[in-house]
Design a protein around this ligand. Structure first.
Ligand code: ZN
Length: 399
Protein backbone atom coordinates (compact mmCIF):
# COMPACT_ATOMS: atom_id res chain seq x y z
CA UNK A 1 0.00 0.00 0.00
CA UNK A 2 2.88 2.32 0.78
CA UNK A 3 5.58 1.97 -1.87
CA UNK A 4 7.49 5.14 -0.82
CA UNK A 5 7.83 4.07 2.80
CA UNK A 6 8.91 0.63 1.63
CA UNK A 7 11.53 2.29 -0.59
CA UNK A 8 12.85 4.36 2.30
CA UNK A 9 13.11 1.35 4.63
CA UNK A 10 14.77 -0.64 1.89
CA UNK A 11 17.30 2.17 1.35
CA UNK A 12 17.93 2.50 5.08
CA UNK A 13 18.73 -1.20 5.28
CA UNK A 14 20.63 -1.32 2.02
CA UNK A 15 23.95 -3.10 2.29
CA UNK A 16 26.34 -2.30 -0.54
CA UNK A 17 28.53 -5.28 0.37
CA UNK A 18 31.59 -3.29 -0.57
CA UNK A 19 30.02 -1.57 -3.60
CA UNK A 20 29.31 2.14 -3.49
CA UNK A 21 26.02 3.96 -3.99
CA UNK A 22 25.51 7.13 -5.99
CA UNK A 23 22.89 9.36 -4.34
CA UNK A 24 21.71 12.34 -6.40
CA UNK A 25 19.22 15.10 -5.61
CA UNK A 26 18.21 17.11 -8.66
CA UNK A 27 15.91 20.06 -9.19
CA UNK A 28 13.79 19.04 -12.18
CA UNK A 29 11.12 21.76 -12.08
CA UNK A 30 11.10 23.17 -15.65
CA UNK A 31 10.16 26.62 -14.33
CA UNK A 32 13.66 26.93 -12.84
CA UNK A 33 16.97 27.38 -14.66
CA UNK A 34 18.57 24.19 -13.26
CA UNK A 35 15.35 22.29 -14.00
CA UNK A 36 15.53 23.28 -17.67
CA UNK A 37 19.00 21.79 -17.98
CA UNK A 38 19.03 18.79 -15.70
CA UNK A 39 21.84 17.17 -17.68
CA UNK A 40 24.22 20.08 -16.95
CA UNK A 41 23.12 20.11 -13.31
CA UNK A 42 24.00 16.43 -13.01
CA UNK A 43 27.38 16.93 -14.72
CA UNK A 44 28.27 19.75 -12.31
CA UNK A 45 27.36 17.60 -9.30
CA UNK A 46 29.26 14.56 -10.47
CA UNK A 47 32.48 16.31 -11.62
CA UNK A 48 34.07 16.63 -8.13
CA UNK A 49 33.19 13.01 -7.34
CA UNK A 50 34.92 11.87 -10.54
CA UNK A 51 37.96 13.99 -9.69
CA UNK A 52 38.20 12.40 -6.23
CA UNK A 53 38.28 8.94 -7.76
CA UNK A 54 41.00 9.77 -10.30
CA UNK A 55 43.40 7.32 -8.62
CA UNK A 56 40.89 4.53 -8.11
CA UNK A 57 40.16 3.02 -11.50
CA UNK A 58 37.60 0.42 -10.48
CA UNK A 59 35.62 2.86 -8.32
CA UNK A 60 35.78 5.43 -11.13
CA UNK A 61 34.41 2.84 -13.51
CA UNK A 62 31.52 1.99 -11.21
CA UNK A 63 30.70 5.69 -10.75
CA UNK A 64 30.61 6.15 -14.53
CA UNK A 65 28.09 3.28 -14.73
CA UNK A 66 25.86 4.84 -12.07
CA UNK A 67 25.96 8.25 -13.74
CA UNK A 68 24.98 6.63 -17.04
CA UNK A 69 22.06 4.89 -15.33
CA UNK A 70 20.87 8.23 -13.92
CA UNK A 71 21.26 9.94 -17.30
CA UNK A 72 19.25 7.23 -19.01
CA UNK A 73 16.50 7.57 -16.42
CA UNK A 74 16.37 11.34 -16.97
CA UNK A 75 15.88 10.93 -20.73
CA UNK A 76 12.92 8.62 -20.08
CA UNK A 77 11.23 10.79 -17.48
CA UNK A 78 7.85 12.00 -18.75
CA UNK A 79 6.15 14.57 -16.52
CA UNK A 80 8.82 16.37 -14.48
CA UNK A 81 8.54 16.49 -10.71
CA UNK A 82 9.83 19.52 -8.79
CA UNK A 83 12.81 17.46 -7.65
CA UNK A 84 14.12 13.95 -7.87
CA UNK A 85 16.06 11.81 -5.44
CA UNK A 86 17.92 9.00 -7.18
CA UNK A 87 19.92 6.14 -5.67
CA UNK A 88 21.95 3.86 -7.88
CA UNK A 89 24.25 0.94 -7.26
CA UNK A 90 24.20 -1.19 -10.41
CA UNK A 91 26.37 -4.07 -9.12
CA UNK A 92 23.90 -4.52 -6.24
CA UNK A 93 20.86 -4.21 -8.51
CA UNK A 94 19.74 -0.95 -6.91
CA UNK A 95 18.08 1.87 -8.82
CA UNK A 96 15.43 3.98 -7.14
CA UNK A 97 14.09 7.34 -8.24
CA UNK A 98 11.70 9.25 -5.99
CA UNK A 99 9.66 12.21 -7.24
CA UNK A 100 9.51 15.02 -4.70
CA UNK A 101 6.90 17.78 -4.56
CA UNK A 102 9.34 20.46 -3.34
CA UNK A 103 12.64 21.95 -4.43
CA UNK A 104 15.59 20.34 -2.69
CA UNK A 105 19.20 21.49 -2.73
CA UNK A 106 21.08 19.82 -5.60
CA UNK A 107 23.49 17.30 -4.24
CA UNK A 108 25.44 14.22 -5.22
CA UNK A 109 27.34 11.84 -2.99
CA UNK A 110 29.22 8.61 -3.42
CA UNK A 111 29.29 6.41 -0.37
CA UNK A 112 28.83 3.06 1.29
CA UNK A 113 25.22 3.84 2.11
CA UNK A 114 22.52 5.94 0.42
CA UNK A 115 22.49 9.60 1.50
CA UNK A 116 18.94 9.87 2.82
CA UNK A 117 18.77 12.96 5.02
CA UNK A 118 17.19 15.32 2.42
CA UNK A 119 14.71 12.63 1.39
CA UNK A 120 13.76 12.00 5.00
CA UNK A 121 13.27 15.70 5.60
CA UNK A 122 10.83 15.86 2.66
CA UNK A 123 8.98 12.74 3.77
CA UNK A 124 8.68 14.26 7.23
CA UNK A 125 7.17 17.39 5.80
CA UNK A 126 4.75 15.51 3.56
CA UNK A 127 3.31 12.91 5.84
CA UNK A 128 0.60 10.73 4.24
CA UNK A 129 -2.64 12.60 4.73
CA UNK A 130 -6.33 11.92 4.35
CA UNK A 131 -8.23 14.94 3.09
CA UNK A 132 -11.96 15.23 3.64
CA UNK A 133 -14.19 17.75 1.89
CA UNK A 134 -17.64 17.89 3.41
CA UNK A 135 -20.86 19.81 2.95
CA UNK A 136 -24.40 19.09 4.15
CA UNK A 137 -25.00 16.34 1.63
CA UNK A 138 -21.67 15.21 0.29
CA UNK A 139 -18.30 14.10 1.45
CA UNK A 140 -15.21 13.36 -0.59
CA UNK A 141 -12.17 11.57 0.79
CA UNK A 142 -8.68 11.74 -0.69
CA UNK A 143 -5.36 10.28 0.17
CA UNK A 144 -2.37 12.53 -0.46
CA UNK A 145 1.23 11.51 -0.37
CA UNK A 146 4.06 13.54 -1.90
CA UNK A 147 2.83 14.52 -5.36
CA UNK A 148 0.13 11.87 -5.54
CA UNK A 149 -3.54 12.21 -4.77
CA UNK A 150 -6.13 9.45 -4.92
CA UNK A 151 -9.83 9.94 -4.38
CA UNK A 152 -10.77 7.16 -1.97
CA UNK A 153 -14.47 7.54 -1.64
CA UNK A 154 -17.41 9.87 -2.00
CA UNK A 155 -20.63 9.93 -0.05
CA UNK A 156 -23.98 11.50 -0.73
CA UNK A 157 -26.81 11.79 1.77
CA UNK A 158 -29.86 13.67 0.50
CA UNK A 159 -30.86 16.33 3.00
CA UNK A 160 -34.30 17.95 2.90
CA UNK A 161 -34.21 21.75 2.63
CA UNK A 162 -34.52 24.12 5.58
CA UNK A 163 -37.66 25.65 4.20
CA UNK A 164 -40.80 24.35 2.57
CA UNK A 165 -40.44 24.16 -1.16
CA UNK A 166 -42.90 26.22 -3.20
CA UNK A 167 -43.47 23.82 -6.03
CA UNK A 168 -44.63 21.11 -3.66
CA UNK A 169 -42.30 18.65 -5.32
CA UNK A 170 -40.79 17.76 -2.02
CA UNK A 171 -40.98 14.02 -1.37
CA UNK A 172 -41.19 14.32 2.42
CA UNK A 173 -44.52 14.29 4.33
CA UNK A 174 -46.87 17.15 3.45
CA UNK A 175 -46.55 20.49 5.15
CA UNK A 176 -49.96 20.42 6.80
CA UNK A 177 -48.90 17.88 9.35
CA UNK A 178 -49.89 18.87 12.82
CA UNK A 179 -47.56 20.66 15.21
CA UNK A 180 -44.52 18.62 16.16
CA UNK A 181 -44.70 17.15 12.69
CA UNK A 182 -43.65 19.21 9.72
CA UNK A 183 -44.46 22.77 10.63
CA UNK A 184 -41.67 25.31 9.99
CA UNK A 185 -39.93 24.41 13.24
CA UNK A 186 -40.33 20.74 12.44
CA UNK A 187 -38.88 21.20 8.98
CA UNK A 188 -35.92 23.04 10.47
CA UNK A 189 -35.46 20.21 12.98
CA UNK A 190 -35.85 17.61 10.27
CA UNK A 191 -33.16 19.34 8.25
CA UNK A 192 -30.79 19.48 11.21
CA UNK A 193 -31.36 15.81 11.99
CA UNK A 194 -30.35 14.92 8.46
CA UNK A 195 -27.23 17.06 8.65
CA UNK A 196 -26.40 15.28 11.89
CA UNK A 197 -26.93 11.84 10.36
CA UNK A 198 -24.75 12.81 7.43
CA UNK A 199 -22.03 14.12 9.78
CA UNK A 200 -22.15 10.86 11.73
CA UNK A 201 -21.81 8.81 8.57
CA UNK A 202 -18.91 10.99 7.37
CA UNK A 203 -17.16 10.64 10.74
CA UNK A 204 -17.57 6.85 10.66
CA UNK A 205 -16.26 6.65 7.10
CA UNK A 206 -13.30 8.85 8.01
CA UNK A 207 -12.49 6.67 10.99
CA UNK A 208 -12.55 3.54 8.82
CA UNK A 209 -10.40 5.09 6.09
CA UNK A 210 -7.82 6.46 8.51
CA UNK A 211 -7.49 3.00 10.04
CA UNK A 212 -7.33 1.28 6.65
CA UNK A 213 -4.81 3.72 5.17
CA UNK A 214 -2.76 3.87 8.38
CA UNK A 215 -2.59 7.63 8.24
CA UNK A 216 -1.91 9.91 11.20
CA UNK A 217 -2.80 13.18 9.57
CA UNK A 218 -6.19 14.46 8.46
CA UNK A 219 -7.09 17.75 6.76
CA UNK A 220 -10.70 18.83 6.39
CA UNK A 221 -12.50 21.37 4.26
CA UNK A 222 -16.06 22.64 4.54
CA UNK A 223 -18.24 25.49 5.76
CA UNK A 224 -17.93 26.35 9.49
CA UNK A 225 -21.57 25.37 10.02
CA UNK A 226 -21.09 21.83 8.70
CA UNK A 227 -17.64 21.39 10.24
CA UNK A 228 -18.86 22.26 13.73
CA UNK A 229 -21.50 19.49 13.54
CA UNK A 230 -18.94 17.13 12.03
CA UNK A 231 -16.28 17.76 14.72
CA UNK A 232 -18.80 16.86 17.42
CA UNK A 233 -19.19 13.43 15.85
CA UNK A 234 -15.47 12.64 15.87
CA UNK A 235 -14.00 10.46 18.60
CA UNK A 236 -11.36 12.51 20.44
CA UNK A 237 -8.54 10.31 19.20
CA UNK A 238 -9.52 11.03 15.60
CA UNK A 239 -10.19 14.71 16.35
CA UNK A 240 -6.58 14.98 17.53
CA UNK A 241 -5.39 13.88 14.08
CA UNK A 242 -7.12 16.76 12.31
CA UNK A 243 -4.08 18.92 11.63
CA UNK A 244 -5.71 21.79 9.77
CA UNK A 245 -8.37 23.01 7.39
CA UNK A 246 -8.11 23.35 3.63
CA UNK A 247 -10.16 25.91 1.77
CA UNK A 248 -11.10 24.15 -1.43
CA UNK A 249 -14.42 24.10 -3.29
CA UNK A 250 -16.44 20.94 -2.61
CA UNK A 251 -16.11 19.70 -6.18
CA UNK A 252 -12.56 20.80 -6.90
CA UNK A 253 -10.48 18.61 -9.16
CA UNK A 254 -8.03 16.37 -7.29
CA UNK A 255 -5.07 18.32 -8.74
CA UNK A 256 -6.50 21.49 -7.21
CA UNK A 257 -6.94 19.78 -3.83
CA UNK A 258 -3.32 18.63 -4.03
CA UNK A 259 -2.05 22.19 -4.56
CA UNK A 260 -3.92 23.39 -1.46
CA UNK A 261 -2.60 20.50 0.63
CA UNK A 262 0.97 21.26 -0.46
CA UNK A 263 0.57 24.95 0.32
CA UNK A 264 -0.60 24.06 3.79
CA UNK A 265 2.09 21.43 4.46
CA UNK A 266 4.80 23.57 6.12
CA UNK A 267 2.28 25.26 8.43
CA UNK A 268 0.67 21.92 9.33
CA UNK A 269 4.04 20.33 9.95
CA UNK A 270 5.25 23.19 12.21
CA UNK A 271 2.00 22.87 14.19
CA UNK A 272 2.54 19.12 14.58
CA UNK A 273 6.15 19.71 15.65
CA UNK A 274 5.10 22.29 18.21
CA UNK A 275 2.68 19.76 19.73
CA UNK A 276 5.40 17.12 19.63
CA UNK A 277 7.87 19.26 21.60
CA UNK A 278 5.14 20.13 24.10
CA UNK A 279 4.30 16.42 24.41
CA UNK A 280 7.97 15.64 25.08
CA UNK A 281 8.06 18.22 27.85
CA UNK A 282 4.95 16.73 29.45
CA UNK A 283 6.13 13.13 29.07
CA UNK A 284 9.50 14.01 30.59
CA UNK A 285 7.67 14.73 33.84
CA UNK A 286 6.52 11.08 33.98
CA UNK A 287 9.93 9.73 32.96
CA UNK A 288 8.74 8.80 29.46
CA UNK A 289 10.86 11.35 27.63
CA UNK A 290 14.43 12.57 27.93
CA UNK A 291 16.23 15.67 26.68
CA UNK A 292 19.86 16.33 25.85
CA UNK A 293 22.62 14.35 24.14
CA UNK A 294 23.86 12.24 27.06
CA UNK A 295 20.38 11.14 28.18
CA UNK A 296 19.32 10.39 24.62
CA UNK A 297 22.50 8.47 23.79
CA UNK A 298 21.96 6.40 26.94
CA UNK A 299 18.33 5.64 26.06
CA UNK A 300 19.29 4.71 22.48
CA UNK A 301 21.95 2.30 23.72
CA UNK A 302 19.31 0.69 25.97
CA UNK A 303 16.95 0.38 22.97
CA UNK A 304 14.26 2.27 24.81
CA UNK A 305 13.63 4.96 22.19
CA UNK A 306 10.24 4.97 20.49
CA UNK A 307 10.74 8.33 18.79
CA UNK A 308 14.00 10.25 18.36
CA UNK A 309 13.46 13.98 17.92
CA UNK A 310 16.16 16.42 16.85
CA UNK A 311 16.42 20.07 15.89
CA UNK A 312 17.21 20.92 12.29
CA UNK A 313 20.93 21.41 11.65
CA UNK A 314 22.04 19.81 14.92
CA UNK A 315 25.70 18.80 14.82
CA UNK A 316 27.42 17.09 17.71
CA UNK A 317 31.04 15.96 17.99
CA UNK A 318 30.86 12.32 18.90
CA UNK A 319 32.22 8.86 18.33
CA UNK A 320 31.12 5.27 18.14
CA UNK A 321 32.53 1.95 19.15
CA UNK A 322 33.73 0.14 16.04
CA UNK A 323 32.88 -3.21 17.66
CA UNK A 324 29.48 -2.81 19.35
CA UNK A 325 28.25 0.44 17.77
CA UNK A 326 27.75 2.25 21.10
CA UNK A 327 27.47 6.01 20.54
CA UNK A 328 29.89 8.08 22.62
CA UNK A 329 29.94 11.80 23.30
CA UNK A 330 33.02 14.03 23.33
CA UNK A 331 35.45 13.92 25.07
CA UNK A 332 35.87 10.43 23.64
CA UNK A 333 37.26 7.67 25.85
CA UNK A 334 40.21 5.72 24.35
CA UNK A 335 38.21 2.49 24.33
CA UNK A 336 34.51 1.58 24.47
CA UNK A 337 33.28 1.54 28.09
CA UNK A 338 30.85 -1.28 27.21
CA UNK A 339 33.02 -3.73 25.33
CA UNK A 340 36.56 -2.32 25.25
CA UNK A 341 36.44 -2.02 21.45
CA UNK A 342 38.21 0.72 19.48
CA UNK A 343 36.52 4.14 19.27
CA UNK A 344 36.02 5.97 15.96
CA UNK A 345 35.15 9.64 15.49
CA UNK A 346 31.67 10.21 14.13
CA UNK A 347 30.88 13.29 12.06
CA UNK A 348 27.11 12.92 12.30
CA UNK A 349 25.91 11.62 15.65
CA UNK A 350 22.27 12.27 14.78
CA UNK A 351 22.40 10.07 11.67
CA UNK A 352 24.05 7.33 13.72
CA UNK A 353 21.43 7.50 16.48
CA UNK A 354 18.69 7.62 13.88
CA UNK A 355 19.96 4.41 12.28
CA UNK A 356 20.04 2.63 15.62
CA UNK A 357 16.56 3.78 16.57
CA UNK A 358 15.14 2.67 13.21
CA UNK A 359 16.92 -0.67 13.49
CA UNK A 360 15.11 -1.29 16.77
CA UNK A 361 11.69 -0.43 15.41
CA UNK A 362 11.55 3.21 16.50
CA UNK A 363 11.07 6.36 14.42
CA UNK A 364 12.92 9.64 14.04
CA UNK A 365 11.62 13.14 13.46
CA UNK A 366 13.43 16.35 12.60
CA UNK A 367 11.80 19.58 13.75
CA UNK A 368 12.29 22.96 12.08
CA UNK A 369 11.45 26.62 12.61
CA UNK A 370 10.22 27.90 16.00
CA UNK A 371 9.69 24.41 17.51
CA UNK A 372 13.33 23.62 16.65
CA UNK A 373 14.43 26.72 18.60
CA UNK A 374 12.48 25.54 21.63
CA UNK A 375 14.03 22.10 21.31
CA UNK A 376 17.55 23.62 21.04
CA UNK A 377 16.94 25.39 24.35
CA UNK A 378 16.13 21.97 25.81
CA UNK A 379 19.29 20.30 24.49
CA UNK A 380 18.65 19.99 20.74
CA UNK A 381 17.87 16.32 21.00
CA UNK A 382 15.11 14.40 22.75
CA UNK A 383 13.48 11.01 22.80
CA UNK A 384 10.10 9.55 23.63
CA UNK A 385 10.70 6.30 25.46
CA UNK A 386 8.94 2.96 25.29
CA UNK A 387 9.02 2.68 29.08
CA UNK A 388 10.52 4.62 31.94
CA UNK A 389 14.01 3.58 33.08
CA UNK A 390 13.54 0.50 35.26
CA UNK A 391 14.79 0.83 38.84
CA UNK A 392 15.14 -2.95 38.94
CA UNK A 393 15.72 -5.28 35.97
CA UNK A 394 12.43 -5.93 34.20
CA UNK A 395 11.63 -9.63 33.87
CA UNK A 396 11.52 -10.81 30.27
CA UNK A 397 13.42 -7.77 28.98
CA UNK A 398 16.45 -8.98 27.12
CA UNK A 399 18.87 -7.04 25.02
ZN1 ZN B 1 31.73 -1.31 22.30
Amino acid sequence: MEPMVVTLRELQRFDGQGWRILSVYLVTDPSTAPGRNVRAQLDDLVRPLVAELADDQSAGKQLAHEVAAVQQFLTMMDVPARSLAIFSSTPRGLFRAVRLPVHVASHASWGQSPYLRPLQAVLDEFEPTVVLLVDKEHARFFRVFLDQIVELEDLRDAVPGKHRQRDGAWAYPPADWSQGGWGDAGIQRHHETHVLWHAQRVAETLEALVAREQVDRVLVGGTPEVLSVFYEQLPSELRARVAGEVHVPMFARPAEVLVHVHDLAPQVERGAEERLVQDLVEQAGGGLAVFGPSEVVQAVSEQRVRLLVFAEGLRLAAGRCARCGLALLAPLPPTCPACGGPVQALDDLVAHLEQQVLAHGGRAEEVRGPPAQRLRDLGGLAALLRYAPPSTPTPGETT
